[in-house]
Design a protein around this ligand. Structure first.
Ligand SMILES: [Zn+2]
Length: 373
């Protein structure tokens, strides 16, 4: 018996011109055939232990078959990026990796770090900030004689902290960080497992450097840190683990099937602050001004955050009419939004933006996960 899992893959408009930033992604549909022979139910009556054993084996076979499907889908969806796309799907409850393509090389994570830098600001007694605080974005923040710009040059105006996350306002993150200590943000981020290996036997990932370890440190670095830029780099597995904390309030050990792992440990976070951040992540996907709306799905509720990291790299083939520089596009999030079971992190080197390039990929992967869950 075969069951078909239909997977709709969104192709970001990688094909043609510099106008692609203004175009909606193209959509193509393809199919993954799921061989369920291994997971068919045995109908013959059995007794006692043998029955239990049979049920266990069936359950294990189903998990294996589902993982194979998700891995195939992930590879297929990322094919369009010709080796530049990476993704991780992780069970939010246990840390088990459900699918992985790449994801072990650390990079700047961009605005996917904002939920954590926002929580760090809210945890600071010096700031005395409340989760319902209103902030103002006038398009830039002045700090140390420099202007740090929001991506929206004419400003977001008055926004709540949740709106700032949904719309990925840089000025609010800069403003919060300008009142913080660099090392306090770093120390707070460690609660999310950032800066350490995401699980036993896995690549160490990116470090979290303290101020004293950064050559030629300048205070402006704390503003860059708050939006996940230099000198802060993490890999996809580390970010999956961090989003597991946002999703479920506990720190998992990321692990591959068959590897040893310890149970998740609770992370102490202010419930009101966490609720505000989660609302921001829901609104980023489902809200009217959310930057992650291409991650929205009719099949499963998604919460998450985009990131677009300027790299200075030109990933496209050089030609006379192409001198554009492309960024690293990120999406990190989880589903279902209200009772998260899975975390997804996507990074595409040389994408248009997190919203246009990585978010639609995340949606594809979460819909595939939803089919086999
Ligand atoms: Zn702004």
């Amino acid at each position: 018996m075969k069951a078909k899992v239909l997977v709709c893959a969104v192709l970001a408009a990688m094909a043609s011109s510099g106008l692609m930033a203004c175009e909606a992604p193209e959509v193509k549909t393809f199919e993954v055939v799921r061989d369920t022979a291994a997971v068919q139910e045995e109908t013959a009556p059995r007794d006692g232990e043998e029955e239990v054993l049979q049920a266990k084996t069936q359950a294990q076979n189903k998990v294996k078959a589902d993982r194979r499907i998700l891995q195939q889908v992930t590879e297929a969806v990322l094919e369009q990026f010709e080796g530049r796309g990476e993704a991780v799907l992780m069970d939010a409850r246990t840390g088990a990796l459900l699918a992985q393509v790449g994801g072990e090389e650390p990079h700047g994570v961009g605005s996917t770090f904002k939920p954590i830098s926002t929580l760090a600001a809210l945890a600071s007694p010096e700031l005395g900030l409340k989760p319902d605080a209103q902030m103002n974005c006038k398009g830039y923040t002045k700090f140390g004689g420099r202007h740090f710009h929001c991506w929206k040059r004419d400003g977001h105006g008055e926004v709540g902290l949740d709106d700032a996350l949904a719309q990925s306002c840089n000025s609010v993150s800069f403003e919060l960080a300008s009142h913080a200590h660099y090392d306090d943000i770093v120390t707070f981020a460690r609660r999310f497992g950032l800066g350490e290996a995401p699980g036993p036997g896995l690549a160490p990932g990116g470090k979290l450097l303290s101020q004293k370890d950064i050559p030629k440190f300048v205070e402006g670095y704390k503003l860059l840190l708050s939006v996940g830029q230099h000198p802060f780099e993490q890999n996809l597995l580390q970010m999956a683990r961090a989003y597991g904390v946002l999703a479920r309030g506990h720190l998992v050990q990321v692990h591959r099937p068959g590897d040893d792992w310890d149970k998740p440990t609770p992370v102490e976070l202010d419930p009101e602050a966490l609720a505000m951040v989660r609302k921001g992540l829901v609104d980023a996907v489902a809200g009217p001004k959310g930057t992650a709306h291409w991650a929205a799905s009719k099949r499963v509720s998604v919460a998450g955050k985009t990131g677009t990291v300027w790299t200075g790299q030109n990933y496209r083939k050089p030609s006379a009419d192409n001198d554009q520089i492309y960024d690293d596009a990120w999406f990190a999030g989880y589903a279902p939004a209200d009772e998260p079971e899975v975390v997804v992190v996507v990074r595409v080197k040389g994408g248009v933006s997190g919203g246009k390039t990585a978010a639609p990929v995340a949606r594809e992967l979460l819909e595939a996960w939803h089919e086999v869950r």
